[in-house]
Design a protein around this ligand. Structure first.
Ligand code: HEC
Length: 131
């Protein structure tokens, strides 16, 4: 009788230990969606056509025009999709976040830029950022 009781306890313990290990069909965690990377080489071409006038060849910004993008905390603090959204609207002088009183035009004033062009430009700006 006593042995049987011990056997039952052992069996229950074994079940308690091994059953959770089976996972019980827990679904695998969904992978975090990775950000679309963009192509910095194509981005440079597009940047040099549109953004260079105000942000300069070195991306450090022309006096009283574009801001320095190489040290921009604004750029650092945003994801690629957030950056693309920003570029679509720009930052008018009336925007409270505007620091220079000069317009950053939507798409840098080039409406022909596609969503993908903007993503490529963001990739280019990122490789030019000082860490
Ligand atoms: C006509 C001039 C002009 C052009 C062209 C232009 N920008 Fe700007 N950009 C500005 C100005 C001015 C500001 C800063 C506004 C302010 O004072 O907050 C700015 C700000 C920015 C910022 C925010 C920086 C920060 O730290 O707040 C980013 C990013 C940026 N521009 C990217 C671009 C990109 C990419 C392009 C090309 C698609 C572009 N700009 C084209 C004038 C321009």
């Amino acid at each position: 009788m006593k042995n049987r009781f011990l056997f039952l306890i052992t069996l229950l313990l074994a079940l308690a230990i091994f059953l959770p290990a089976c996972g019980g069909g827990t679904p695998a965690p969904t992978p975090t969606p990775t950000e679309p990377p963009g192509d910095p080489v194509a981005g440079k071409v597009a940047f040099d056509k549109t953004c260079i006038a105000c942000h300069g060849t070195d991306l450090k910004g022309m006096p009283n025009l574009g801001k320095d993008l190489t040290t921009s905390e604004f750029v650092k603090g945003r994801t690629n999709p957030q950056m693309v959204d920003f570029l679509k609207v720009g930052r008018p002088a009336s925007d409270p976040l505007n620091t220079q009183g000069v317009d950053m035009p939507p798409k840098g004033g080039n409406p022909a830029l596609t969503e993908n062009d903007l993503l490529n430009i963001v990739a280019y700006v990122r490789i030019k950022q000082v860490k």
